[in-house]
Design a protein around this ligand. Sequence first.
Ligand code: SF4
Length: 242
Amino acid sequence: MPLSIEEISKLNDRHASSSVEDLVAAVLGLDPGHTTLALSLSVEDTVLLHVLSQAAKALGVQAHAFALDTGRLPEETYQVLDEVRQKYSNVTIDIYFPDAAAVEKLVRMRGPYSFYESIENRKECCHIRKVEPLKRALASKTAWMTGLRREQSVTRADISLFERDETQGGILKVSPLAAWSESMVYDYAKAHNVPVHPLHRKGFPSIGCEPCTRAVQPGEDIRAGRWWWENADQKECGLHAS
Ligand code: SF4
């Protein structure tokens, strides 16, 4: 049974000053078997995976995470995935792929680079390769955690620690790093020896599909390298639609 808006509001009040460790442990403790963490393998996500792994050990429960393999990820993302699978082996990491027939039809009809031609085409590709697999990843879940931070983009400036995800049947969506700055994330990763995606060191503050992500210039917005041919207020793939 999804939590009500009032219950979620109380969670936001209760955890407004909680540490990320306490917050993740509290979320995991609610319903461990039906709680999961979304992994793009960015540093925010590997930090949360570290915290989740520690919380699972402390609580004596099995934790779950998942990644969406769109078929267009950079090679470095698979390397990080392999590394964290071994390092955080007490967390089950499931991989979800897009529907093969849908991808075959998409590429047959529109070619391999349709996303550059229009926003509609880009959203169609994101829907097939990300949004539909996400639905399957969350189908039996009551809560999911993400590494979203408010300062990442104008589309994320208003996120709360706890939200009701109406696009996923009203399940709980938790963003423990909502208020964190980029430097807080890197300080935590360094202090706890958390794997950091190698593309971050090459000017990629945000990690996505290879053909839709590029390095940013100093001073540019964190997500300027994602779908750089689109306006900033339209740059979400549908995974985090409000
Ligand atoms: S980010 Fe680009 S390649 Fe990846 S699913 Fe979206 S449009 Fe397709």
